[in-house]
Design a protein around this ligand. Structure first.
Ligand code: 5GP
Ligand code: MN
Length: 341
């Protein structure tokens, strides 16, 4: 995969002189969101830019090991107004790992107040909204971190990737590809991994931080949701699970604890689509995963005001849990009737 030369030239112009830069990523930031933001921030800082990285809400505790993560401004907890100040004064606003401003929640309104900054998208989601001065949008890319690595390589040379950047980039590449197992993985992804591995990063350590650092509550919550809350229907091909706020409390839920649960039903033979509903204060978060040709991006757009990728998408429901599940089951019937399942 190659990033178009005219886009790189445009980006080069934007960052030729030191600028006030804001890097933003999406709500419920994951390894790819945090990794791409931190790596891009590091290289820009090294070239004299004044950089602030902002995420709308807290990131999972098991990503706290990522180098530089302590400098991320969490908009929701930002009592000092650092985020608003940085966004208002920014010359350049980079939007990483998301495709629509709706994924920024309240932070989106702050961005609208700054009309002079150039907005640059670097992302791999389908159907980005058009509101950008420069769009580096490659849905075929397996992660935003991979795109950042390609950009750094062509603009500054692979030798400019530090060990810290390599760790951050590797986390996003690893998590967004399901450990390099998804169809989005290409030979060039492994070429890039080889460059990162040569920077002296410890792949087992990164793996342990990301996948083996959970709380006891998460392990018990997982057992509970699979055993007690997983419903399989549509002839064994669709599964859904749900967690209410009350259930989350019972297991000492922390942000990120239910990450990945939605993937597990797909380990069952014949399973084509899996959904997970998690109750938040004002809405129910919907997570969707599918196998092969089944398109959950379209499903999420149509039925849950969301979107994402073909095999991993999400959205929101503003109904209660019972009605959300009914709506899901009815939507599945409709989708199947159209031959899409
Ligand atoms: P997850 O299930 O891990 O939260 O999200 C999987 C993918 O679905 C994300 O990478 C993102 O692309 C997409 N996604 C999740 N929630 C939303 C949402 O509320 N709106 C949109 N447009 N996409 C979402
Ligand atoms: Mn991503």
């Amino acid at each position: 995969m190659q990033i178009a030369r005219n886009k790189i030239e445009q980006l080069r112009e934007y960052i030729e002189q030191p600028q006030r830069v804001v890097i933003l990523s999406h709500t419920n930031p994951d390894g790819d969101a945090i990794g791409s933001s931190l790596a891009w921030a590091e290289i820009l800082k090294r070239h004299g830019h004044d950089v602030t990285c902002i995420v709308p809400n807290k990131f999972p505790y098991y990503l706290e090991f990522m180098p530089g993560s302590e400098e991320l401004v969490v908009f929701k907890n930002d009592t000092e107004g650092k985020a608003v100040k940085a966004v208002k004064g920014a010359d350049l606003i980079f939007c990483l790992d998301f495709h629509t401003m709706t994924r920024l929640d309240g932070l989106g309104d702050v961005i609208d107040e700054n009309q002079h900054a150039k907005r640059i998208l670097i992302d791999h989601h389908l159907n980005p909204s058009e509101d950008f001065d420069l769009m580096i949008s490659y849905p075929e890319a397996s992660s935003t971190c991979y795109l950042i690595a390609l950009l750094v390589e062509v603009m500054f040379g692979a030798e400019s990737i530090s060990k810290e950047m390599a760790i951050n980039i590797f986390v996003g590449m690893m998590t967004d590809t399901g450990n390099f197992a998804f169809s989005s993985v290409t030979p060039d992804v492994f070429r890039m991994v080889s460059i990162l591995a040569a920077k002296g990063i410890s792949i087992p350590d990164i793996h342990n931080h990301v996948y083996n650092s959970f709380t006891e509550g998460r392990a018990r919550l997982f057992g509970y949701v699979i055993d007690r809350k997983m419903k399989i229907f549509h002839n064994g091909t669709v599964a859904h699970m749900s967690l209410t706020a009350d259930e989350l409390r019972r297991f000492w839920f922390q942000q990120g604890d239910s990450e990945g649960f939605v993937n597990y039903p797909l380990q069952i033979k014949k399973m084509k689509l899996s959904a997970m509903f998690t109750e938040h204060t004002d809405f129910i978060r919907v997570s969707l995963r599918s196998r092969g040709d089944i398109d959950v991006n379209i499903f999420a757009q149509r039925y849950f005001n969301g979107g994402g990728h073909k095999n991993a998408a999400g959205g929101k429901s503003f109904m209660n849990m019972e009605d959300t599940i009914k709506h899901f089951e009815k939507s599945i019937k409709e989708y199947a009737a159209e031959g899409l399942l």
